[in-house]
Design a protein around this ligand. Structure first.
Ligand SMILES: [Zn+2]
Length: 295
């Protein structure tokens, strides 16, 4: 494993290593992605945005645009109307299978939430706007994972190999609760994603503005950080171990060849939040007096 040096690499250094790893791959998919990176910020008199997975500039822009999109989707909602739903769906050793797993996971979410809907149930107005994330582990990480995470991966019976990545399809969604208490929604969802810590639903930070919360979640869900979270020797401490560069190169090259627009690949929604609009208030400012004449 090529951990040495990667731990201390900055974003720019890591991107340079990613580009080198893509060149080393010598595959058509890796070459196509390298060409995209080269054109980002240079084509169209410098205005071209490649939107490719792994491009640090485009990732930053994507995070803020997805944040703005989430704010628009939930306009009028307050923190208590919303929640953050995280689900761990499925895993594969084959990078080419990730797209299929994402599609199936989205279908499963839609169907399971659909079974809760009925004309009189508040679940009828439940909606989710989310993003898929791809995590990765290999067999040597298992002993160093946090116990809950290790137990979940064992219960999901994910395939594992030494040195090779197992890709874990996860999703983070902002959900509109449609007036239901968070605990009640959590109980209903936990009957469907029943493994311990497979599903997490939590409220938004009530001390933040709702817009800041939504932008924060969108940034977090689209961060694409390519690390494995491990236990540190210190009690409660954690270490974010960067993936080997060839893992990141393989995932980015696959994503780029599967769907050119990273946002379209990762983003999904279930239902549409219909946040009640407050009646327009009477304007407090008097109209300006009519002070001129045509004559
Ligand atoms: Zn770019």
């Amino acid at each position: 494993m090529e951990w040495d040096g990667i731990l201390k690499a900055t974003g720019r250094e890591r991107f340079a290593r990613l580009r080198q790893a893509l060149r080393d791959r010598r595959s058509a998919a890796a070459d196509a992605l390298s060409a995209e990176y080269s054109s980002c910020g240079s084509k169209w008199k410098g205005r071209y945005e490649c939107g490719s997975p792994g491009c640090p500039d485009c990732r930053r822009r994507m995070g803020s645009r997805e944040g703005a999109r989430a704010v628009r989707a939930f306009t009028g909602a307050d923190n208590e109307d919303l929640g953050l739903l995280t689900l761990v769906h499925a895993a594969t050793l084959d990078v080419e299978e990730i797209g299929d797993l994402q599609r199936k996971s989205h279908d499963v979410m839609r169907k399971r939430i659909g079974t809760l809907r009925s004309p009189c149930s508040p679940f009828n107005g439940f909606a989710a706007n989310g993003w898929f994330e791809v995590d990765a582990v290999s067999a040597e990480h298992m002993a160093y994972l946090f116990p809950q995470r290790r137990q979940l991966l064992e219960e999901l019976a994910i395939p594992l190999r030494y040195s090779d990545p197992t890709w874990i399809v996860t999703s983070h969604s902002i959900v509109y609760l449609n007036g239901m208490p968070l605990a009640e929604v959590k109980k209903s969802l936990s009957t469907m994603w029943e493994l311990p810590s497979q599903m997490d639903l939590r409220g938004l930070r009530d001390w933040n503005r709702v817009e800041d919360n939504l932008e924060g979640i969108a940034g977090y869900a689209t961060k694409f950080c390519c690390t494995v979270e491990l236990k540190a020797d210190v009690e409660g401490g954690k270490v974010f171990m960067p993936w080997p560069m060839n893992w990141e190169a393989d995932l980015c090259a696959w994503m780029n060849s599967y769907q050119r627009d990273t946002r379209e690949l990762l983003r999904f929604s279930i239902g549409q939040a219909r946040v009640p609009v407050e009646p327009a208030s009477v304007p407090l400012i008097e109209p300006m007096p009519f002070t001129w004449s045509i004559s």
